[in-house]
Design a protein around this ligand. Structure first.
Ligand SMILES: [Zn+2]
Length: 141
């Protein structure tokens, strides 16, 4: 896994060049089991969590050497928010078929939706928001 992570981080840094902002989910304090309920056992999740942490470490180090940066953003709702209408709905994500389906008609691969939301958080950060995150608006009384 370390070899894979070295290779992956090196490829990312060289592909995107200098002055790149890499945006990753901050998984500190989040149980991977909580985030990925339907996938594998807890040993699997621990391994995945460790591997992701290591990738982020390698990427941060290599990015810095290449005048780039890694931004960690809140992972909250990134897999639940519709990139088209902005509504947040946990049941829109269908783990089993890897699909995100919103009431507004938007449909896409669930991981792609997560990536789009993480990208938006990065854009919010470059626009000056110190701690970009999504908030679920609940009933107005
Ligand atoms: Zn929608």
């Amino acid at each position: 896994m370390s070899d894979v992570n070295h290779c992956l981080s090196k490829t990312l840094v060289s592909k995107y060049g200098t002055d790149t902002l890499f945006v990753v989910e901050d998984l500190t304090g989040i149980s991977f089991a909580e985030k990925n309920l339907s996938r594998g056992g807890s040993a699997n999740n621990d391994l995945r969590s460790w591997a992701f942490y290591q990738l982020e470490q390698f990427l941060s180090y290599k990015a810095r050497m290449n005048r780039s940066e890694v931004l960690k953003v809140s992972a909250r709702y990134t897999s639940q928010r519709c990139p088209k209408c902005g509504s947040i709905n946990k049941s829109n994500r269908h783990h089993d078929v890897h699909e995100y389906r919103c009431q507004c008609g938007y449909r896409s691969n669930d991981d792609r939706v997560g990536a789009m939301n993480i990208q938006l958080l990065g854009t919010m950060w470059t626009s000056g928001e110190e701690r970009p995150h999504f908030e679920k608006v609940t009933g107005l009384g």
